[in-house]
Ligand binder design. Sequence first.
Ligand code: COA
Ligand code: AMP
Length: 624
Amino acid sequence: MSAYQEAFDLSAAEPEVFWKQQAENLAWFQFPTTILSQDEHGIERWFADGELNTAYLALDHHVAQGRGDQTALIYDSPVTGQKARYTYRVLRDQVAKVAGMLAELGVEKGDRVVIYMPMIPEAAMAMLACARLGAIHSVVFGGFAPNELAVRIEDAEPKVVITASCGVEVSKVIPYKPMVDQAVMDSRWKPAHVVVFQRKQCLADLHHARDKDWSALMRTATPHDCVPVKATDPLYILYTSGTTGKPKGVVRDNGGHAVAMHYSMSTIYHVDPGDVFWAASDVGWVVGHSYIVYAPLIYGCTTIMYEGKPVRTPGPSAFWRVCDEYGVKVLFSAPTAFRAIKKEDPDGTFLQDYPMVNLTTIFMAGERLDPPTLEWVEAKTGRPVVDHWWQTETGWAIAGNPLGLERFVVKPGSATKPIPGYQVEVLNELGEVQPANTQGYIAIKRPLPPSCLPTVWRNHDRFESGYLSQFPGYYVSGDGGYIDEDGYLFVMGRIDDVINVAGHRLSTGEMEEVVGSHEAVAECAVIGIHDELKGQLPLGLVVLKDGFVSENGNIEQALLQKVRQEIGAVACFQQAIIVDRLPKTRSGKILRRVIRQIADGEQYVVPSTIDDPSSLDELARVLE
Ligand code: COA
Ligand code: AMP
């Protein structure tokens, strides 16, 4: 039997035996005697009576094991021209001081800290410092607008917000502090302190009593030791888009997460401690949490924080330069990043300057890896490309090519096989398991493996109703797809109102709420349409209230601005079209799927429930 099959079968038949073996790879303060149990809601919990500290595993343990002088983190920032290296020892000492600084501000185990920072080492230090104290961090992506930050502050109720004076994008500096001030003003919850890391590109005005200067606090901070936490204590909350306007606070526990992170590094990414691992993403996304900060450090690798883009910083060779300069062994990013490179350098000319001798594999996730991008990257780099499918909710890959166990032949368009620990099935509306090659809901049979969310922050009902109640015994992923006759999983896209724009997960439902709240809008539909570069882009179709007329596109422009202001530039909401009516079913449901098919020029079937079929022809003419 193959190593993959053996691991997969054991994980399915005897999950406790399998995950106990994996847990033995970590330096627990107290090894769990209970491997799998249920909480008061009947949700599976891993390693309930184990005690550990995630920052200890990521830093102190390596120093104790003699890895203190190895580089833990490389900072490379083409947008500011800065580069820096931190050894495990230096990073541990810095993190211990940041933890001391937070403790002096009153942060204790279980308290929340919101982190709204660009891709600078201090963001990772802040995360690890929270972990060190047993506090719960919630990182908010810098591209989100104040309103989004306010919603998260209100839900997480942090004692402290940590930010930087600014983010630096390709050709502009974005002041963060005014956005934080606005968010704190708009939120019903007020943090006691706002700690600001001043960057020289733009100094922030620290005029509120709650404002504190990071560097000043650090000068006098006393290093703080690691606080033991229970495996089931939360490490972080990461908000992600759902089908409604309110983002969901995905909760990640300490123990299951650490075990899964460690397992994934050997099994999926097939790296060794000491290797350089680069996830070209942002700490604001789950990829950044798992594979910029936690997994590479827990596993003893060198990680890279890259403050730049795949292109324009300064050109399409940015990724190759970083891989070459630091001896990257595994590169991980979203397909959209490679499409951006391909667009600017279709022949891969820039690759010739960078031999990237250590680079063995390129991993991609965040959106479907389209076969042309897969083929282009493989052909130009000469490296195998691995597609793997996962979500904020799981924190690590559900399906992929588990190179540490077995290298499966790649089928373009497929994320390959379920990773041991995940029992993936495709179900129909009735919850029946579908035969090979039949599309349906992609679901995971419970128990979910370690690291998967046990709840939604302070809204357990939302966890049950959003993920568990549709098919008893299963977690529904929100993605549709099929499994072929060889057991390969093909993820075809979301079956809810979530879209993926440049690998960023966004909610069309949320955009509809923003657009619909404009005084001129009677009703609207926002759908994700195909885009060559970003995978998907939102398109708004808007019906105006009687009496409102758009003059020279002023209403459309106002709507684009409104989404930018309330959700953020990252939403990329650049198209709003005014229509006379929206196609609907007789019961009044907007036919979003058909609208998307028309917009993408795909074949569509006129639903039997449609109220007025001529509305589709009308729409097709408008979208032509
Ligand atoms: N802080 C502030 N603003 C930000 C931001 C941040 N951290 N990140 C993005 N933005 C802004 C951008 O400046 C841009 O603003 P603009 O409309 O004023 O130009 C807007 O948000 C859209 O950004 P983005 O979608 O990143 O578009 P882009 O054209 O700048 O870059 C790609 C396109 C494909 C190169 C880029 O999205 C990319 O590298 N994606 C990689 C995928 C990735 O990281 N995925 C995460 C999961 S793996
Ligand atoms: P996020 O929670 O931001 O990581 O986004 C998760 C969603 O991104 C998934 O539910 C999928 O819709 C999509 N996704 C991520 N990785 C892949 C992949 N390899 N193939 C197809 N879709 C993916």
